[in-house]
Design a protein around this ligand. Structure first.
Ligand SMILES: [Zn+2]
Length: 277
């Protein structure tokens, strides 16, 4: 439950007419049952060697052993596709409908759950990519290609058939395709990961709502720092205290809501709707 005190504060805050940005991370997906893939569930074996995501999910591995990289991503895709958007995802879809152009969603999650819930591609910056998509390894176009539902959802270490592999090519030029995901040894860019758009949005936002992320990656930190530097408001929603909750509270203009996002976001949405009525 959000306290009456906080509710009144939020009502005042939601009367602003400026831009509102929501930044989401793994915590939102975890509430749909998606593991972080960094712990014991993340290991991957090639031959007799165990690899972690930071070894397998790299451009270096993509160059030397693309099929292993694909198998890892296709396995993860299967886990993510079996999960369903939760009440937090659904509340963010409603927020986009309410706010229109004032709303931007920046997500680190590559499970595609925000789009599946109904947020628009236009207002959702998927800064780490989306497992539902692949793209050409050659500079043939900037198009994303949806990975066909005909492609099987492979189990851990299952070997796709030759027919399956034949689907993992660029439909436009026939060159090998790659997962649409930021690999560990790659950099954010605008073309694929909306780096500049994200920073530009952060620079013009009145209110930043950070949900389910503890700032382990670079871009979310830069976004939060910029909003803080601009003396705008940060609300952090997380089940644990973290550097963003400290940041939100230390500025004196923000709040920490220590709750699961599937509970907090629908409550926030309700308050928002009350303000508009
Ligand atoms: Zn191509």
């Amino acid at each position: 439950m959000i306290s009456i005190y906080l509710k009144e504060k939020l009502k005042t805050l939601f009367q602003c007419k400026g831009k509102i940005t929501v930044l989401t991370g793994a915590g939102v997906s975890a509430e749909s049952g998606i593991p972080t893939f960094r712990g014991p569930e993340g290991y991957w074996t090639i031959g007799s060697t165990n690899y972690q995501p930071q070894d397998i999910s790299t451009n270096r591995m993509l160059q030397s052993n693309p099929k292993e990289v694909w198998k890892w991503f296709l396995f993860r895709r299967g886990v993510c596709r079996a999960a369903q958007p939760n009440e937090g995802h659904k509340a963010l879809v409603e927020m986009e409908k309410l706010l229109g152009d004032r709303f931007t969603l920046i997500t680190q999650n590559i499970d595609g759950l925000h789009l599946r819930a109904g947020n628009s591609m236009k207002r959702t910056f998927q800064i780490h990519g989306n497992l539902d998509y692949m793209r050409c390894t050659k500079p043939c176009s900037t198009k994303l290609h949806y990975i066909s539902d005909e492609f099987p959802f492979i189990q851990r270490h299952q070997e796709p058939t030759k027919k399956d592999w034949d689907m993992i090519v660029c439909p436009d030029c026939g060159a090998p395709a790659r997962p649409h995901a930021l690999l560990w040894d790659e950099y954010y860019d605008e073309e694929w990961y909306r780096w500049e758009s994200s920073m530009n949005t952060a620079n013009h936002t009145e209110l930043l709502i950070i949900v389910g992320t503890e700032g382990a990656t670079n871009l979310p930190n830069q976004i939060a720092n910029l909003v803080s530097l601009n003396k705008k408001t940060i609300i952090d929603i997380n089940i644990v205290k973290n550097r963003f909750s400290d940041m939100a509270q230390n500025t004196g203009r923000g709040f920490f809501i220590q709750q699961p996002s599937a509970k907090a976001l629908p409550e926030i949405l309700k308050i928002w709707k009350e303000v508009r009525e």
